[in-house]
Every structure is written in structure tokens, then in C-alpha cells.
Design a protein. Structure first.
Lengths: 218, 215
């Protein structure tokens, strides 16, 4: 179920506080973290730590690194969704500012960093491009004494990575269809019922995360 | 809405993908968000579609930011205080409360015939959201669809030719379905519905009713 999970180790997570500094990703040749390496190897866990640094320390360096990776991607997404470059630039800055302000709401046992940023960019697209009200379900956020467990964080981050890899393995035509659906180039009746997306495992992982969250909220 | 009821009728993958990608009309988003507030299965499925969006974002397709972008963003951050959302106090799902207030008492119902009442909710014009009030044992007129109709049960239960729907269940009807929802005996039924094309009624009575339904 968790391909490659054996390569991930949690070392020294102790007490109530999860310390993301101590979540190590060990690969056969251990890489010293440089930004260049991060983009090519396993950025996800690292970006989780960036968000933690922003939330806890208002770390501007961490923010700058996140910004240089994600802002150009958010901008490209908004342009493909129909924004002109000027509006896309402005909206991207607002998306990144929201990321700073809402860093405390990010739950790494329920979403990857790119997933979370995608939802903020998607919301901005509805607000600024489509100019309609945006009904959304209530937030389910953990209380101070219910931090997510490191094992859950690793498992979800690994599932997210598996899903991304599975998407890159889809036939070109299918991948193209999914892209067009997300960029709003298909009406929803054009989206085939069968997307071919392998969502089964990540769905059950996310369901488990919600069950745990509901228990801690009671 | 922390106590999850048994829900048997869920959103389709198309709707979840449409919601996740931000491409549904507002009225549909309202029904989807309200169902998500009541259904953890669909909430988990939505997060999976969000993850698909995340991996599409996390590719090499980029667009260069302006030179002073980061500095401008730091200014935005400094200027904008964090807004805290108030905890919900209503027993109704949060997204619905945003449109009608804390309870059903304040809803301005209009009769549409045969005891059925409705209230159109204000959304963007490309689709229509409405609350429907069907007295216990009464039926909605027979109708078919050109587009898609979502019907989410908020209170009570109804049955039609296809199945039984109770609180939290959502019926997704397309143009193939012609149906007559009947509220169950014993309790009035309240539904939140969204349509993206005018409903098509059959027979004399519905033709009289149609103008009142404002569709």
C-alpha cells in the first residue's frame, strides 16, 4: 500500500510536540539539503517544514524559498485559468500573502503543501476571476493539544507523492483531459465519468485522517 | 454538524472535480459545500481531487514573477491583519447558514402550488439555488431536466422512482431522469436544490406552476 514508505524514517519524535526538523528522509546517498536538490528530490516534506518555520518563527527566509518555487507556478495556473498576466501577478501575491497568514491552518496529516497552495489559488480564481461567492464547508482544524502525529504526516505526504507519480504515468491523452478539467477548459458534462485517476488509496488515507480529527474534536 | 448521519447518496466524481477545480456555478458549489459539511466520505474524496490539483501545480509549468514581487508580497503581509472566523452556532450546515442565516425560521417561502413552497437563494446567474419545502406526504410536480439537478435533503426524507433520500443524501439527476419526489409521511421535507437549466414540467398543472417556480 505504501510503496517506498520503508525509506522514510521518523527519528526522535518525542513528547507531544512533533518536531518536523527531525523527520528525516533517508535516501541511499544522503543528500545535504540545498534548494537545488530539494526541487529534484523530495521537496514535499521539506516544504512542510518551511510552513512550520513561517508559522512558528515568521521566518522570512523560509517564505522567500517557498515563494521562489510556488509563486511562478501559481501565476502560471491563474494565467491558464484565464487571467491576464497583470491580474495573475496581483492575485499570486495575494495567494502567497494568504499562505503566510494561514500557515497555522495547514495540517500536514491532511494535505501536501502543493495541495494546500492549490486550494488557496483555486479560491482566489473564484473570487477574482469568476467573481462569485464561494461557499465552502466548515474548517476542521485541530486544537492546540491535538497536533497531528508524525507517522500520519509521513503517510499522507507519501500518499500525495504516490498520487503525483501515478498521474505522470497516465497516458498523455488522459493527463491532458485532467489538466483541461482543472483549468476550466471543459464543461462539467464534458468531463468523462471515468477519469482513470487512481484515487482509491489516498481517499482511504484522507478518510482515516478525518476520522482521527473528528475524535480529537469531541 | 459533528454528528455524522448515515449517508447513502453521494456526490459524483465529476461534481467533486468541478468543485475542487473551481469551475462549478455558485449554486452547485453551495449544494456541494453543504453536502461536504455533512459527509466525511465526500470530504475525503474532495481532498483527493485537491491533491490532483496540487500535483498539477507542482510541475515545471511556470510564469515569471515581476522583479519586485516578493517585496510587494511582504508589504501585503504586513498590511493585512489576520481575520478570525467565528465558530458556527447553528445546527444547520455552515455554507447554508451563510445564505439563509442561523435557522429556517427566517426563510421567506413562496407558495408554488399543491402545498409546496420554495425560496430562491441569491447566487450567480448561470445556475439557480433554491430551498424547497414539501409538506409530509406531498409530491413535487413530475419534471424532467435539460441539464443537471442536485437535490440535497436538509430535513425529513423523500422518495422518488429511483430511491429513498434522507438527511444528508444528495440526488444527482440528469436529463435522463424524469421523477416525482414525494415527501415521507410524518415529517415535512426541506431540500436544497441547484439546477443549471430550466426544469421541464409535464401536464397541465405543472405548466401553470412553472412561472411561479421562476425557472
Amino acid at each position: 500500500m505504501f510503496d517506498g514508505l520503508e525509506m522514510l524514517q521518523v527519528s526522535g519524535a518525542s513528547g507531544d510536540q512533533v518536531n518536523y526538523d527531525r523527520i528525516e528522509v533517508s535516501t541511499p546517498v544522503k543528500q545535504k539539503a540545498s534548494l537545488l536538490h530539494l526541487e529534484n528530490s523530495t521537496p514535499k516534506i521539506k516544504w512542510v517544514d518551511h510552513l512550520r518555520r513561517i508559522q512558528v518563527n515568521q521566518d522570512q527566509q523560509a517564505f522567500a524559498e517557498l515563494f521562489s518555487y510556488f509563486a511562478p507556478r501559481v501565476k502560471a495556473f491563474l494565467i491558464k485559468s484565464g487571467a491576464n498576466p497583470g491580474l495573475a501577478e496581483e492575485c499570486t501575491q495575494e495567494v502567497m500573502a494568504t499562505l503566510w497568514h494561514k500557515a497555522h491552518l495547514f495540517d500536514p496529516s491532511r494535505a501536501g503543501v502543493s495541495t494546500w497552495i492549490f486550494t488557496i489559488a483555486r479560491n482566489k480564481k473564484i473570487d477574482a476571476l469568476r467573481k462569485q461567492r464561494r461557499p465552502e464547508p466548515e474548517d476542521l482544524t485541530w486544537g492546540p493539544e491535538a497536533e497531528p502525529e508524525a507517522a500520519d504526516v509521513l503517510a499522507l505526504q507519501q500518499e500525495t507523492k504516490n498520487l503525483s507519480e501515478a498521474i505522470t504515468r497516465l497516458p498523455e491523452q488522459q493527463r491532458d483531459l485532467i489538466k483541461r478539467a482543472y483549468y476550466g477548459d471543459l464543461s462539467h458534462s464534458e468531463i468523462a465519468a471515468e477519469t482513470g485517476l487512481p484515487l482509491g488509496t489516498i481517499k482511504s488515507r484522507l478518510r482515516l485522517a478525518l476520522v482521527k480529527l473528528r475524535q480529537t474534536m469531541k | 454538524m459533528n454528528d455524522m448521519k448515515m449517508i447513502n447518496h453521494h456526490l459524483t466524481d465529476q461534481l467533486l472535480m468541478g468543485y475542487s477545480s473551481g469551475n462549478l456555478p455558485e449554486a452547485f458549489n453551495l449544494v456541494v459545500a453543504t453536502h461536504l459539511s455533512m459527509c466525511d466520505n465526500c470530504r475525503a474524496a474532495l481532498h483527493a481531487f485537491d491533491a490532483v490539483g496540487g500535483s498539477l501545480l507542482d510541475t515545471n509549468e511556470t510564469s515569471k514573477m515581476d522583479d519586485m514581487s516578493l517585496a510587494a508580497t511582504m508589504k501585503l503581509i504586513a498590511a493585512k491583519p489576520v481575520v478570525k472566523k467565528l465558530a458556527p452556532t447553528s445546527s444547520l450546515p455552515g455554507p447554508l447558514v451563510d445564505y439563509i442565516g442561523d435557522d429556517l425560521e427566517g426563510v421567506k417561502w413562496r407558495p408554488v402550488g399543491m402545498g409546496v413552497r420554495q425560496a430562491i437563494l441569491k447566487t450567480s446567474k448561470n445556475a439557480t439555488a433554491r430551498l424547497l419545502y414539501i409538506p409530509a406526504g406531498s409530491a413535487l410536480p413530475v419534471h424532467g431536466h435539460k441539464g443537471t439537478e442536485l437535490t440535497l435533503v436538509i430535513k425529513g426524507a423523500f422518495s422518488d422512482e429511483t430511491a429513498r433520500f434522507s438527511v444528508g443524501d444528495v440526488e444527482v439527476a440528469n436529463e435522463d431522469i424524469e421523477h416525482t419526489p414525494v415527501a415521507e409521511i410524518g415529517e415535512d421535507c426541506i431540500c436544497l436544490s441547484a439546477t443549471d437549466a430550466p426544469l421541464r414540467f409535464n401536464g397541465l398543472v405543472p405548466r401553470i406552476v412553472q412561472p411561479f417556480l421562476n425557472i
